[in-house]
Design a binder for this molecule. Structure first.
Ligand SMILES: Nc1ncnc2c1ncn2[C@@H]1O[C@H](COP(=O)(O)OP(=O)(O)O)[C@@H](O)[C@H]1O
Ligand SMILES: [Mg+2]
Length: 256
């Protein structure tokens, strides 16, 4: 497996004005392969967003290094597309202009840009909503636009921070299926943050199970089931159980 993203001995400590320190992540080493789908799973506050922000280049590690294709990451770049929990669309732009807003895409000739935008809108099933504004869309549709926008800029890696957490169960389930299809079609490398065990098992090739205070990777679980997966199958349930046990071990050892 070729390394795509590589975090080596990462630490991130936040120091408050009063001098108190939060070790948000401590000693995290993780290697993510090209075309791989890896989830960062753990309870709220365990450092998932902190870690994803280091990959995105929004933030810098207190110690350690992050590499993409062997090159150290020091800032955000078009090689990484980010999708947040709350959509971050421009409210004053139509859907098609939101999808076309990426920097790499803006550098393309207009005709080519239009083609890429309509292809991405079709990929997320929103061709008919190209001329709408974000406020005219449901939460699920806005997240589809966010995904289309990230993909339209042709990133190497898609970084997703609990992208479906604010959606109702049915919409969430629909978008999970679509993400599996999009991942199979585009073969993107995806790093996906979630606190939901079923979601992690449904989507991931590997799950990095994290523990809180300080945030560490407790174990990396390989999910060796063909996709799309059946959440009611015994194999699926067995992996869910194992992940749950590892998560709970982490919580109970925190209490002692
Ligand atoms: N900018 C910041 N300043 C101070 N503390 C922060 C900052 N960002 C995150 N933290 C703290 O770091 C820890 C991990 O946060 P975060 O990465 O957001 O967790 P998660 O995404 O897993 O819920 C938390 O204790 C949080 O309060
Ligand atoms: Mg978070």
């Amino acid at each position: 497996m070729t390394n795509k993203l590589y975090g080596v001995d990462l630490h991130r400590t936040f120091v408050s004005e009063s001098g108190g320190a939060t070790h948000a992540i401590d000693n995290v080493t993780i290697s993510i392969g090209a075309h791989e789908f890896v989830s960062l799973l753990g309870p709220s506050g365990c450092g998932k967003t902190t870690l994803l922000n280091l990959f995105a280049g929004f933030d810098h590690p207190t110690a350690g290094h992050v590499y993409l294709d062997g090159k150290e990451i020091s800032a955000p770049g078009p090689d990484r597309g980010v999708v947040f929990q709350e959509h971050a669309l421009f409210p004053w732009l139509r859907v098609e202009d939101n999808v076309g807003a990426g920097k790499r895409l803006q550098a393309r000739p207009a005709q080519e840009r239009r083609e890429i935008v309509s292809r991405q809108l079709a990929m997320v099933g929103l061709e008919k909503f190209a001329r709408h504004y974000p406020h005219q869309l449901s939460g699920g549709m806005k997240q589809r636009v966010s995904i289309a926008r990230a993909l339209a800029n042709e990133p190497e890696v898609l970084l997703m921070d609990e992208p479906f957490a604010a959606l109702d169960a049915m919409t969430r389930s629909q978008l999970q299926s679509e993400l599996i299809r999009i991942w199979s079609e585009t073969r993107k490398t995806i790093v996906f943050v979630t606190h939901n065990i079923e979601e992690a098992v449904l989507l991931s090739d590997r799950i990095a199970v994290m523990t809180a205070r300080p945030g560490r990777i407790r174990e990396i679980i390989e999910v060796d089931l063909p996709k799309p997966r059946d959440p009611n199958s015994p194999n699926f349930n067995a992996i869910e159980r194992r992940v749950r046990e590892i998560l709970w071990e982490g919580v109970s050892s925190d209490l002692h």
